[in-house]
Design a protein around this ligand. Sequence first.
Ligand code: PLP
Length: 305
Amino acid sequence: MQRTPIHTLGTEAGCRLFVKREDLLPFSFGGNKARKAELFFQELAKEGADCVVTYGSSSSNHCRVVSNKAASLGMPCWIISPEEASERTSNLALMELFEAKIETVPVDCVHDTIEARLALLKSEGRKPYFIAGGGHGNLGTQAYVDCYDEIRDYERREGIHFDYIFHASGTGTTQAGLICGRLLAGDEREIIGISIARKAPRGRDVVLQSVRDYLGEGARASEEAIQAATRFVDDYTGDGYAVANREITATIHRVMRQYGLPLDPTYTGKAFTGMIDYLTKNRISEKNVLFIHTGGTPLFFDGLK
Ligand SMILES: *Cc1c(COP(=O)(O)O)cnc(C)c1O
């Protein structure tokens, strides 16, 4: 996996702010879905699969990256998509460019449609590889354990310590990977997932379960340690998935003007806004803070319209 750069951004809420540019991963506008897809497609190749099935909304970065990967390999890709979230977006236009076979169904039918599609493909003698929405699962978690190790390498090289890491939390896999990386390394710092849609306790429970799933039965960390390490903030979900509010939109515009850094209304704009507010409200200052830019560049342009 190619390393992504970390650079200083400036002073925000009295803290030294750094950003890790996952959005600069070299495939398909990058982002955390590109880091996860790398591992899924390695496994797919090992299993000798010949087509891909996944699911997500029309604004899904995951579906864009996966269908792009499949197209680059000349492999058919099915995307099951809920009709409740099927507005025209740049990501949808890209999925069409990659000739993904998009099946739009009511959200209640997504699960059964996936099962039916997988069964049909197998009955035709194909070997489908299924990827959970958002790249959720232990492989997706692994991608962000790897990212955490990159952050530690950077700290060692540069002689710096990040006191806080902030990022957007959706399916929770990115957060789970960072937490697992931290627990396995025995590091002290706060990793704060800013939820972009889900509310606690459910959203936090999903992160906790992903951490437990990855660490496994061997109890490489105690339940107390896992609980203490899982900081899930649900105050900045805007008006729901894929919807910003005025404060988030203002932050996106300011950050683009001031730093030339694109944030989007669905994910990174919420996380960045939440981070500044969290630091301010908790009177945290003079700390080294790392923001993980998890990608979503096509959504930045949708947000400008
Ligand atoms: C999917 C996504 C997230 C959330 O990642 P999870 O691992 O699902 O929590 C954050 N930012 C962007 C840009 C994303 O596409």
